[in-house]
Design a protein around this ligand. Structure first.
Ligand code: DGY
Length: 324
């Protein structure tokens, strides 16, 4: 019998060319993994899962007695209960190292779009409303020479700092668990505590992974510390922000605007209050979504999967202690 692999919300199936015919891949798209009977049946036999944002918790692990590896097709892995996986001897992998520039481009892009009101003014032109000079109410705010505060100075945060420093002559502040000396030296990024960053930045850009420590990191108190002229950018995960507090900060003009690529629930509902604000730029979690980069991620995810299923150490193993 062939060895079973589940592909969950995994779009670039050309990556499966890496698998030989001893494997059977069953593809699941847009299903509810808690209730879909075909998925639950496949779990009983599956040795490997490759995909995006599948919640892998104790309940799923209990239903998957043959599972050896879950290969995430993303760099973030907040969907994996790593501790439970390690207890069950299941490896978890992710895809760092191939998407950082692409994601930094996207996040810098929404920052620019919010500051220069690009989506709003695009609609204005296309609606045929551009009949005379712009009014002062339609003016935007500058990005160049402003202060960019980056919370989470990992690889993507550093590249955003690089874009800001070299491309836009920005002054860079950052807050991180540990100092990033390379970013300090190369991009003149200044380390500071969170409150100082919030008070002094014209753009606050959140790039931390979602962990118990970063859940709801930015809430009412933090929005109140920001300048009224601040544009808040979220390129991390939706749950790092208290969404109600963000809506309130926008409603009461506590901040100038926001640019969001991530949401606590994705896809965001069309009637969501955040979508009513003209000064909020939204994108559908597109950080890494270029064809070139998604293909590299898909290939890497399948390489990790294959290594785990053929007795090799996957390149991007998260729970390295699972091999002890
Ligand atoms: C990542 O790789 O974590 C991106 O956010 C896509 O999920």
């Amino acid at each position: 019998m062939n060895r079973k692999i589940i592909a969950y919300n995994f779009v670039l199936t050309e990556a499966f060319e890496k698998l030989d015919d001893t494997f059977d891949v069953e593809i699941f798209e847009g299903i509810n993994p808690k209730t879909d009977s075909n998925f639950l049946k496949a779990l009983q036999e599956a040795e490997g899962i490759v995909g995006l944002a599948l919640p892998v918790d104790k309940e799923l692990l209990d239903r998957a007695p043959n599972l050896k590896i879950v290969a995430n097709n993303s760099t973030g892995y907040n969907n994996l209960s790593i501790e439970e996986m390690t207890k069950c001897g299941v490896m978890g992998t992710h895809t760092p190292g191939v998407l950082e520039d692409t994601t930094a481009d996207a996040i810098f892009g929404i920052l620019l779009a919010a500051a220069r009101r690009i989506p709003e003014l695009d609609h204005f032109v296309k609606a045929g409303d551009w009949k005379q000079h712009l009014t002062t109410e339609q003016y935007a705010v500058d990005v160049h020479h402003k202060t960019l505060g980056i919370i989470g100075m990992g690889k993507i945060g550093s590249i955003i700092a690089k874009r800001g420093h070299f491309g836009f002559d920005m002054n860079i502040l950052y807050h991180n668990r540990t100092r990033n000396l390379e970013a300090e030296e190369k991009y003149h990024a200044a380390y500071c505590d969170l409150d100082t960053l919030l008070k002094e930045s014209d753009f606050v850009c959140l790039m931390t992974p979602l962990t118990p420590e970063t859940e709801n990191l930015i809430g009412e108190r933090e929005f109140k510390l920001m300048k009224k002229s601040c544009i808040f950018v979220n390129g991390s995960r939706g749950k790092t922000v208290d969404e109600k507090a963000l809506i309130e900060a926008l409603r009461t003009n506590e901040i100038h605007g926001a640019a969001l690529d991530v949401y606590p629930t994705e896809p965001i509902k069309p009637d969501h209050p955040l979508l009513q604000f003209a000064n909020v730029v939204t994108t559908p979690h597109i950080g890494s979504s270029t064809y070139e980069t998604e293909l590299k991620m898909a290939m890497l995810a399948v390489e990790n999967l294959l290594a785990g299923l053929t007795g090799k150490r996957p390149k991007n193993l998260i729970n390295t202690d699972v091999l002890n």
